[in-house]
Design a protein around this ligand. Structure first.
Ligand code: PMP
Length: 489
């Protein structure tokens, strides 16, 4: 192969050597050979240009040509390309500090007075290390987080699950090991994260998976699993957590894991007060709340993190994707400082015995830091909220279309649920979704479908554009989608 090889020749070689996950075999045999990125635009080897309204896999928030990220990577790679975090390095420290400032909720960005950790520590040796660590003032602020780095969202969740179990073990409650996740939620492809995932189609060939994972019905107001009408319910989807915790016996439950808004499962925006109620139930029963911000985080929701829209503070926050705008693999698990405290234990198994060779790679951390710096300089979190609002206004013209069942938004993330008819709400056939996506693509726009509803059916058109699109590009996205949906037939 050479620089002069044709698109066809590249595809031919790809068919010979490359295995593509996610897409079914036949579709995987005709990939676009993506060869150039420019802002939110992609160009393929055949010369076609597309605006990528999915940001790759929901991650390229700064678009495909942010030279400052390349410069940050080059500078760090030439200065110090690698060392594991058994020791430390400046990019990891700087980024951890920056993440702490991003993690502060809208109500707590001002400095707060010193206060005790929120959760009473049951560990019998709780004062053992008090003097040793006095200088660290671990409880400076309830939202100080310790940052553990990994390489992917899946790994960040594996780390969160392990930390939650070990926390309870060392906090005097070793019987707590169960994790409650949700149907239609996605948390990753590795064993534990896949066990937490509530999407049957991704799991069926790999079962049995890790035991100890339970699933509750999602907050899907359009197809309420409890048969209720939107706005007139008793928020049974949140109350159900209390029931399941009691059925399982609270002393066996370690954690709840959820995304603020389920993304890949169909942009499921919860009813008002849902996350607060889940937080209350977790607190009542001593269950940790792990919030998966892998897609929701870094401005996508119109706030720094998705949970900032709902006035709750998680115990553990996982993040990846937008952290480096997808330019390099990096993820993080942020753990509240008062949980970290039980890991200040120098007995043989007292610390967190987890390592990945590449987690917290200095080049990736430098790119993460530069990503967040650029977002701050360009005010991209507020811009995301603004773009999301405008997209919502533009897509609203579709609400009376006979095949548009429901349109959902969360910041600059949108889902259009297609149905066979408004009355039955039966998911539209795959061909209808394919027709819309195909027409968008022919007109130069990449969108996707998600949902994982009944039998893994994907009937929700999904948009997750880069946060750097211009006003004109936003109009192009909205026009193209609206026309393609209006042409269903
Ligand atoms: N959590 C959520 C909510 C995700 O959407 C994803 C990936 N789409 C993951 C975790 C896993 O991330 P990764 O693919 O980087 O392992």
């Amino acid at each position: 192969m050479s620089a002069n090889s044709s698109a066809e020749e590249w595809v031919e070689k790809d068919r010979q050597y490359v295995w593509h996950g996610l897409v079914p075999y036949k579709a995987s045999q005709n990939p676009m050979v993506i060869s150039k990125g420019d802002g939110p635009w992609l160009t393929d080897e055949a010369g076609n240009r597309y605006l990528d309204a999915m940001s790759g896999l929901w991650c390229v928030n700064l678009g495909y040509s942010e030279k400052r990220l390349a410069d940050a990577a080059y500078a760090q790679m030439t200065e110090m390309p690698y060392y594991p975090l058994s020791q430390t390095h400046k990019p990891a420290i700087r980024l951890a500090e920056k993440l702490n400032s991003w993690l502060k909720g809208p109500h707590e960005r001002e400095p707060a007075p010193a206060q005790e950790g929120q959760r009473a520590r049951k560990h019998e040796h709780e004062h053992e290390h008090e003097h040793e660590h006095e200088h660290e003032q671990a409880f400076k602020h309830p939202s100080d987080y310790r940052i553990f780095y990994s390489n992917s969202g899946s790994e960040a969740n594996e780390v969160a699950l392990k930390i939650a179990r070990q926390y309870h073990q060392q906090n005097g409650e070793p019987s707590r090991y169960k994790v409650i996740a949700r149907y239609r939620g996605y948390h990753g492809s590795t064993s534990g994260a896949l066990a937490a995932t509530g999407q049957f189609m991704r799991k069926v060939k790999y079962e049995p998976l890790a035991p100890g994972f339970l699933h509750v019905p999602p907050p899907d107001c359009y197809h309420c699993p409890f048969g209720q009408k939107e706005g007139q319910c008793g928020m049974e989807c949140a109350e159900y957590y209390e029931q399941i915790i009691n059925w399982e016996i609270p002393e066996t439950v370690a954690a709840v894991i959820l995304e603020p808004v389920i993304s890949g499962g169909g942009i499921l925006t919860p009813p008002e007060g849902y996350l607060k109620r889940v937080r209350e139930i977790c607190d009542k029963y001593g269950v940790l709340l792990i919030v998966d911000e892998v897609i929701n985080g870094f401005g996508r929701s119109g706030q720094n993190f998705g949970h900032h829209n709902f006035g709750v503070q998680p115990d553990i926050v996982t993040m990846a994707k937008g952290l480096t705008s997808g330019y390099l693999p990096l993820s993080a698990t942020a753990v509240r400082a008062d949980l970290f405290d039980v890991f200040r234990d120098d007995s043989e198994y007292g610390h967190f015995r987890h390592v990945t060779t590449f987690g917290g790679n200095p080049v990736a951390c430098a790119v993460g830091l530069e990503t967040l710096t650029i977002m701050e300089e360009r005010n991209l979190v507020a811009r995301s909220a603004e773009l999301g609002k405008r997209l919502q206004e533009r897509l609203a013209v579709l609400k009376d279309h006979p095949n548009v069942g429901n349109i959902r938004h969360f910041g600059f993330l949108a889902g259009i649920e297609l149905v066979t008819d408004k009355e039955s709400r039966i998911p539209a056939p795959a061909e209808m979704l394919g027709q819309v996506i195909g027409e968008c693509k022919r007109n130069g726009l990449i969108i996707s479908k998600n949902g994982e509803s009944v039998r893994g059916f994907n009937n929700v058109l999904t948009l997750c554009p880069p946060l750097v699109v211009t006003d004109d590009e936003l109009e192009f996205i909205a026009d193209t989608v609206v026309k393609a949906v209006q042409n269903i037939g």
